[in-house]
Design a protein around this ligand. Structure first.
Ligand code: SF4
Length: 326
């Protein structure tokens, strides 16, 4: 099978975006049935992210919305389509369309990244070994870029892809328990057209929001190292620079809160004193409002530390801030 490539010419040429993450609440399960060849790149032709051409055998860096994970099984909605296709739910009102090609470039760069040897080894090993219930899947096993509406006013920032969630499906918070909670809440808040997110071809349409992770590769035990966090942070900064409509950053957990502050500081926006994370905590940082929310991991939802109503309240507040005067 073709090997992965990091050829930057490919990245620029294809410029595909798509997005896919979560806190890895599934990372500790026993693995089975290793088939190491299934995470390589034999893929069918699929529409590219900008929706106007076909791409044969996408390279490894290609974003999930372009690259089918399992032939005949997974196809992808391009971000530009996803952001504007009609849904069955009342979504946050659309604004002027934004050229998402630069965002697609960021996504392509993320998907090609191999800068953290520990995480590269882990994400790929998880993809080879899998777990019994996902034994039929071909895992994405690459970094997971952000996903959503290029004209988003709300950025939702998690920790890192779940080993068997985003690392499997290729889309952020898709296919894991944290995503179940998040996307259901986004649906209730009018930020998504459906309450579930199980695979990249599930018809999800996120509008008014963009979802990303602070670290784009699934980390062992869901714990990125500080050096990995810092190495990945520029991708978030690049996205923030391009997501010009974003006013509110919903940080899922203290890690997301800290990563958001670091990314904003890299863009010249600092809050003094440094605001502390808390559920429903708010901090004005430059032109943004940072809004805290406990991470929707099973650890929090099963114990009742975080309820659906609590997430609803945070997203309602995010919408009010996003739609209010700047
Ligand atoms: S965590 Fe980020 S910087 Fe590290 S390899 Fe993954 S995408 Fe690259």
């Amino acid at each position: 099978m073709p090997s992965a490539t990091n050829d930057p010419r490919h990245r620029r040429r294809r410029a595909g975006a798509a997005r896919g993450n979560a806190l890895g609440d599934e990372a500790t399960e026993a693995t089975t049935d290793a088939r190491p060849d299934e995470t390589t790149d034999a893929r069918p032709a699929v529409p590219d992210a900008l929706g106007d051409e076909l791409v044969a055998a996408p390279p490894a860096h290609m974003a999930p919305s372009q690259a089918a994970h399992s032939p005949g099984v997974h196809t992808h909605m391009a971000p530009s389509q996803a952001a504007h296709s009609p849904g069955t739910h009342t979504l946050m009102a659309p604004r002027e369309p934004i050229d998402d090609r630069a965002l697609a470039d960021v996504a392509a760069d993320i998907v090609a990244c191999r800068a953290c040897p520990r995480l590269v080894e882990w994400r790929e090993r998880v993809g080879r070994e899998r777990v019994a219930r996902f034994a039929s899947w071909t895992y994405w096993a690459r970094p997971v870029p952000g996903y959503g509406d290029p004209a988003a006013r709300i950025l939702i920032l998690g920790l890192a892809p779940a080993a068997h969630g985003g690392n499997r499906t290729g889309r952020v918070f898709t296919g894991d328990r944290s995503g179940d909670v998040l996307y259901a809440a986004m649906y209730r808040a009018g930020l998504a057209n459906q309450p579930t997110s199980v695979s990249v071809d599930d018809g999800l349409n996120v509008q008014g929001a963009y979802v990303a992770a602070a670290v784009r590769c699934a980390p062992p035990a869901n714990r990125p190292l500080p050096a990995e966090r810092d190495r990945c942070m520029p991708y978030l900064a690049r996205e923030l620079r391009l997501l010009t409509e974003v006013r509110v950053i919903v940080a899922l957990g203290a890690f997301g809160w800290d990563a958001g502050l670091r990314a904003l500081a890299s863009l010249g926006h600092r809050a003094r004193p440094r605001p502390r994370f808390g559920h429903a905590a708010e901090a004005r940082v430059g032109p943004y409002t940072l809004l805290g929310c406990f991470h929707p991991s099973q650890q929090n939802t099963f114990t009742g530390r975080l309820t659906a109503a609590m997430v609803d309240d945070v997203l309602a507040r995010a919408r009010a801030l996003a739609e209010g005067p700047a």
